[in-house]
Design a protein. Structure first.
Length: 345
């Protein structure tokens, strides 16, 4: 039996909304990660089992190929490709789920449509300090993932039976990717109770791991080698490391979405390194990813220097300007945060 982490009042209210409605829009954040995709498809399959047939998942932009094997992934509507259709689905939905994000800004160009939409909004998320733009805000920063919360949410609706194999695969995939395959944010014993339940639903967890982590291209692996050998800068005094990759370098290795996934974690395997960053020159802006072990607050660093946010140990942001300036901002941050790093350790 799982403990009742979501408030009863929120469950009862959400239950009434769901029972009455026919059309649902499940909205996820820009550059969707495994948890965004997993939580949305978990909820999608559940709503279909419940007999709702107007259910769509809407993403601001595309997501990596290694999440596309999931049932329903190919039907996700991306705003980048179909802007009018994506907007209409949100405008016409009676219920809008906001999954794996805590502020409208995280859906990029869809933000104004989302805020203005008349549908009843329900947030399910695990990021700190949610903005209050939804009728129901289910926010649990201590949860491993939004996907775990979707599982708990459905159970609390009393509809565990309606979690099918496809939903279970999606939920497991989200939990696995948001915990680095259960190596962080994963000490709650009930995480493993839930995994047990998902296995009973018929998932092959080992196959899910292979589908996500063992399907990269040769180019991606060579780019990883290049990034580690030639691009990684270590700052021993700050117990930090940075990998910065420019647009020409990405082109050299035929970069496609998702190819640098996981790079940011690599320097953390060096003894004594507690803070790592990946700075990648995308087409519209420079993307910054930050990771830490222990108490170093990546989210504070991201909000101070890169207009971003996230979790204490995993956060990110964007930088508008030349990549070298982003690197300089990172190094300035290291100097300014250094005393804090010492205090925290
Ligand atoms: P990643 O480095 O994998 O892109 O993102 C890690 C985490 O940082 C995400 O789950 C999200 O919480 C947060 N994050 C990433 N990029 C941004 C951003 O641009 N703004 C905010 N507020 N959070 C971000
Ligand atoms: Mn998440």
């Amino acid at each position: 039996m799982l403990s009742k982490i979501i408030h009863e009042e929120e469950i009862q209210k959400a239950k009434k909304y769901i029972e009455k409605a026919e059309s649902f829009a499940l909205v996820i954040h820009s550059a969707p990660d495994g948890d965004a995709i997993g939580s949305a498809l978990g909820l999608f399959h559940f709503l279909m089992e419940l007999g709702k047939d107007k259910v769509s998942v809407i993403a601001p932009n595309d997501f990596p190929a290694y999440y596309k094997w999931l049932d329903g992934a190919k039907d996700i509507v991306t705003y980048d490709k179909y802007p009018d259709f994506a907007e209409r689905l949100i405008q016409e939905a009676e219920i809008i789920f906001c999954l794996d994000f805590n502020e409208p800004k995280r859906v990029g160009k869809l933000a104004s449509t989302l805020v203005a939409a008349d549908g009843r909004k329900i947030m399910i998320d695990h990021h700190l300090n949610p903005e209050m733009f939804c009728r129901i805000t289910i926010s649990q920063p201590d949860m491993s993932s939004t996907s775990e919360m979707v599982f708990r949410f459905i159970c609390r609706l009393g509809m565990y039976e309606l979690i099918n194999k496809q939903a279970s695969e999606a939920i497991y995939m989200g939990m696995m990717t948001d915990t680095g395959s259960f190596t962080f944010n994963s000490n709650h014993p009930e995480v493993y109770t839930i995994i047990g339940e998902l296995i009973k639903k018929g998932i092959d967890k080992d196959a899910i791991y292979r589908n996500v982590y063992q399907v990269y291209s040769e180019y991606r692996l060579r780019m990883m080698g290049f990034a580690l050998y030639e691009k990684m800068k270590v700052y021993p005094k700050h117990r930090a490391a940075l990998i910065a990759i420019s647009q020409p370098e990405l082109k050299r290795f035929k970069y496609t979405t998702g190819d640098t996934e996981g790079f940011v974690n690599l320097p953390l395997s060096i003894k004594g390194i507690e803070f790592a960053a990946l700075i990648r020159e995308d087409l519209d802006f420079v993307k910054v990813s930050l990771r830490s072990v222990g108490d170093f607050p990546c989210n504070l660093f991201a909000s101070t220097y890169f207009n971003g946010g996230g979790h204490k140990n995993a956060s990110g942001g964007e930088f508008y300007g030349p990549i070298n300036d982003a690197v300089a901002a990172f190094e300035k941050g290291l100097e300014e945060f250094n005393p804090q790093m010492k205090n925290n350790n």
